[in-house]
Design a protein around this ligand. Sequence first.
Ligand SMILES: C[S@@+](CC[C@H](N)C(=O)[O-])C[C@H]1O[C@@H](n2cnc3c(N)ncnc32)[C@H](O)[C@@H]1O
Length: 104
Amino acid sequence: MHCVLSSKQVCHFEHSQCVTPWILHASCCGFATQYDIRGDILVDVGSGPTLYQVMSGCERFDRVILSDFLEVNRKVLQSWLQEGKSSIDWTAYFKYVCELEGRR
Ligand SMILES: C[S@@+](CC[C@H](N)C(=O)[O-])C[C@H]1O[C@@H](n2cnc3c(N)ncnc32)[C@H](O)[C@@H]1O
């Protein structure tokens, strides 16, 4: 399984040097399978233009706040949130996280 991050970036989930699966496994363990972390508000400081890092937490918190220093990154996130548009197709990430959490 792989997904295209942009015209030049490709994330290979199965590649041993790809850090994204490690992050998804770690957040899945923390939020879901191992520690069952829940709460009112999840604040992600320095989100960049990405949201994969909070996918495992998004149903365990009432509100998720993504933040970034750079306006360009906040605009990418706002475009996805408000208009459903994104230069990144998150489908493969959501599927991967669902599989990690034993959901389909
Ligand atoms: C390495 S990127 C991480 C992107 C994303 N969290 C990920 O895991 O792929 C770090 C981000 O933190 C943002 N950043 C750096 N200092 C910050 C600060 N003081 N407040 C908010 N965002 C900050 C940068 O603009 C950058 O987008």
